[in-house]
Design a binder for this molecule. Structure first.
Ligand code: SF4
Length: 299
């Protein structure tokens, strides 16, 4: 499985200390995404021009005679392995892969080295992404084996695949980190997201709802109230709501992936907006259940 990052000591992705992995591949294309390298299933290459020392090794490796000023080489088809040898050869990281392949055995062995910490802190495994349910067999099997080792498991999902896909994970997932981004936007499949949420709250499982507060997208009180009413209807099943303030720190990664970032110049008072959102949510829900979360940008 291609992963973009492993964090062995996360405190942002569930209770206790977490072994959090980020899978590559998502069925959505949220324009504000903090980790855009997790969106495509295929391998991709970052090009960081500021690290290029114009040594020319990349060009030699693929037999191209581009002028030096065009370095670092622009890899036009990031999924084309013919170009990958020039990434491996770059000595400075100006060219680097967005993902790295791991096996379930390797990840399980790695996680178990730290199992004492995860067990003592009531932490465990979190599979994030990307969309873990899109990599169904991999995510299911890793959760199954980790849970069989007596360690807590969590899935961070947009809940926008079929209910059958979601329900398959119920026996192997202890906690759902369930994103709700909007209540009426086909681009993030709100209808399916909410339909699956309503089914999930009737299962014997625990849910943390995660809501990114995005300027110009869902930063208005009527959407927040609608979301809050939805969560109130879930009763005690939702034990925590994390409001995630937007930040534009992912902009360099969009540049390195040669993609446009619509939110790159947004500099609103996003913490202030998220605090306003919190005031709305706590008027519906117990305040100890509503938290200000954080989204990390992975380098
Ligand atoms: S190998 Fe790396 S540092 Fe050297 S020219 Fe190519 S991109 Fe630049």
């Amino acid at each position: 499985m291609l992963l973009t990052k492993i964090v062995r000591d996360s405190i942002l992705d569930g209770p206790g200390c977490r072994y959090t992995i980020f899978v590559k591949g998502c069925n959505l294309r949220c324009e504000w995404c903090h980790n855009p390298e997790t969106q495509l299933l295929e391998q991709e290459v970052f090009t960081y021009e500021q690290f290029c020392i114009q040594c020319g090794l990349c060009l030699t490796a693929i037999g191209t005679n581009l002028p030096q000023k065009q370095m670092p080489i622009r890899i036009k088809d990031a999924a084309d392995p013919r170009y990958f040898k020039c990434v491996d050869i770059c000595p400075t990281g100006a060219l680097s892969f967005a993902g790295k392949e791991y096996t379930i055995d390797w990840l399980l062995n790695d996680l178990l080295k730290y199992q004492l910490i995860y067990k003592q802190t009531n932490g465990g495994l979190t599979i994030s992404g990307g969309e873990p349910l899109l990599s169904g067999d991999f995510s299911y099997e890793l959760c199954r084996r980790v849970k069989a080792s007596g360690i807590h498991t969590a899935i961070d999902t947009s809940g926008t695949l079929s209910w059958e896909t979601v329900a398959r994970f119920l026996p192997v997932v202890d906690l759902w980190l369930y994103d709700i981004k909007h209540t009426d936007d086909p681009a993030v499949q709100s209808a399916l997201n909410i339909a699956n949420f309503k089914k999930l709250i009737n299962q014997n499982t625990e849910i943390w709802v995660r809501i990114p507060i995005i300027p110009g997208y869902n930063d208005n009180k009527s959407i927040w109230k609608e979301m809050a009413r939805l969560i109130v209807a879930a009763g005690e099943k939702v034990t925590r709501i994390d409001l995630l303030p937007f930040h534009p720190y992912a902009a360099p990664k969009y540049t390195a992936l040669r993609r446009h970032y619509k939110f790159g110049d947004r500099r609103e008072e996003t913490e202030t907006i998220a605090k306003l959102a919190k005031s709305v949510f706590v008027s519906y829900l117990p305040k100890e259940r509503v938290s200000m979360g954080k989204t990390m940008v992975h380098g």
